[in-house]
Ligand binder design. Structure first.
Ligand SMILES: C[S@@+](CC[C@H](N)C(=O)[O-])C[C@H]1O[C@@H](n2cnc3c(N)ncnc32)[C@H](O)[C@@H]1O
Length: 281
């Protein structure tokens, strides 16, 4: 299959998440990101050039300083993004390994094998890594955990491997849930999956989870805070990520309004992640 690449350029180091969302809304789930550019591809089928030009227009209207499109020869896109995804150590003991790469683990390593396909979550993005680090330090042994916005399933898989006894993975996108299930089986772990928005439509009741992890954009975290407080046991932990530095005060304020106390905050490359404790007890 050949591909049509749409590239967008930005000035300064803006929050790229709204632009990633524009790619997603226009049918491209996987984007390659640098601090000042994004690119994503359409398979070349009928209408691909029209879709690419609509996407480029939407990106420019939203503030991209330049856009360009080019044809990529057969399979180049897949090879192009695959070459950026290498085995990577995260936290003290975790290793995220693409399914097509080999790696010699050390004793005590927790290996997460992934083929992200069309879903977000390779462990290469700071938001994912920060989440994994906070999960490692939280201590998940025997916990019941919900991963809201599971993407490739990377966090749900990590939770199973870090000792959580029951894990559920939720995503608004059915393609992400399919990928997460495939990755669960690559890793020999099991978790329940739901195509749903946030927590409110889930069959699990109140005070049900010990830990919730959500690597989603700030606006959704802000909306999610009261539901997360309801779904967690008192003293339970909400790990949030996907927050650009300038949005952190709003996310923190909404968490505090919902009854959370800040336990830990970490940041990398302008991205913030945090762990909150539910309730004032
Ligand atoms: C940044 S990705 C995170 C993927 C993975 N958990 C990770 O940490 O790498 C965010 C995911 O959240 C999903 N998502 C966005 N809004 C959502 C919502 N309201 N409820 C559930 N999932 C949502 C997206 O489809 C996407 O897969």
């Amino acid at each position: 299959m050949s591909w049509l690449e749409v590239r967008s350029e930005f000035q300064g180091q803006p929050d790229l998440s709204p632009y990633i969302e524009i790619y997603r809304v226009h049918g491209i789930e996987n984007t390659l990101e640098t601090s000042t550019s994004l690119c994503g591809c359409y398979p070349v089928t009928q209408g691909a050039h029209e879709r690419a030009s609509e996407l480029a227009g939407a990106l420019r209207a939203a503030g991209a300083t330049a856009t360009s499109t080019r044809d990529l020869p057969e399979e180049n896109w897949e090879l192009a993004w695959r070459q950026f995804f290498k085995p990577r150590r995260v936290g003290d003991h975790m290793v995220v390994r693409p399914s097509w790469e080999s790696f010699e683990p050390r004793t005590g390593d927790v290996e997460i094998v992934l083929d992200p396909g069309q879903a977000f979550g390779t462990g290469d993005h700071p938001t994912t890594r920060l989440c994994l680090e906070l999960m490692e330090t939280t201590g998940l042994d025997g916990s019941k955990l919900a991963d809201i916005g599971c993407g490739s399933g990377i966090l749900a898989i990590a939770a199973c491997k870090l000792g959580a006894s029951q894990v559920i993975a939720v995503d608004i996108e059915s393609v992400a849930i399919e990928v997460a299930r495939e990755n669960a089986s690559l890793n020999g772990v099991r978790f329940e999956t739901y195509v749903a928005e946030g927590l409110s439509a889930l069959p699990q009741g109140r005070r049900c989870f010990d830990v919730i992890v959500s690597n989603i954009i700030s606006a959704i975290l802000i909306r999610l805070a009261p539901d997360a407080a309801d779904a967690l046991v008192l003293g339970g932990t909400w790990i949030v990520s996907g927050i650009i530095e300038q949005n952190w005060p709003d996310v923190q304020a909404s968490a505090q309004r919902a009854g959370f106390n800040l336990l830990e905050r970490r940041s990398e490359d302008g991205w913030v992640a945090a762990a909150f404790k539910n309730g004032h007890a």
